[in-house]
Design a protein around this ligand. Sequence first.
Ligand SMILES: [Zn+2]
Length: 283
Amino acid sequence: MIIDFHTHTYPDRIAAKTVGLLESRSGTRAHSDGTLDGLENDMRSRHVDVSVVLPVATSPKQYKHINEFAVEENERFSETHVWSFGGIHPDNDNYKEILRDICDKGLKGIKIHPDYQGAFFNDIRYKRIISYATELGLIVVTHAGTDIGLPDVTHCTPAMAEEVLDEVGPDKLVLAHMGGWQMWDDVLNRLCGRDVYFDTAFSYGQIDWREGASHRWQLLDGDMFKKIVAAHGSDKILFGTDSPWSDQEQSCADIEALDLEDVDKNNIFENNARKLLGLKLNF
Ligand SMILES: [Zn+2]
């Protein structure tokens, strides 16, 4: 079974506009239309069994709609195999109430994105959110490292993640993009071996650039990817694609082609996600 722990969908009426905006901001090409239907089609043809959708509240008032929409998506899980997390914003003063509600709605976890939410990851507001989410047993996924669409200031560096691990001690924290996009030396120095998960989204393989992209970033090469897996442990790495920003099939093939032990690949593609999500996946 292949579980993609990091995907995005946008509501149908804004998907085309949002994908277009993000494409021009990042200089990269999307691989589906960004809708739930688009993701489901990809999963069918790409042999991905389950996708986790990570919505981001980019303003304090968005959490309500995001979390209601997530519940609607999850009600159709047995048919779509798409599971959505909830959203929360650091400016939500009633974060405890929101997190309890997310928990009551059965959402399993939240996504935060310090770059798009305008706060640093070691901000007291995030520490409070992560601490209470941990108490409630929720998974917290954060964007980590530089964001390709907002590269000037990085709001979640490995040093900030280290501080949060030391002070808050979350047991289900996921640092996306192999611990910190474009900051992988620092990930090796500060985070590998710590009690935290990384996802593989948009970290290894090729970026599909649009013509005229202003800055062409490099992803991890195979050796560095394997070095991080070896140093961190494959039991704390989750397969993710960042769909629609990578092609699910290509991302699977890239990792499949790496010379890693089968046990490591099984951990990355299935076992860790299965354990973290705790969903019934008998299909
Ligand atoms: Zn993402």
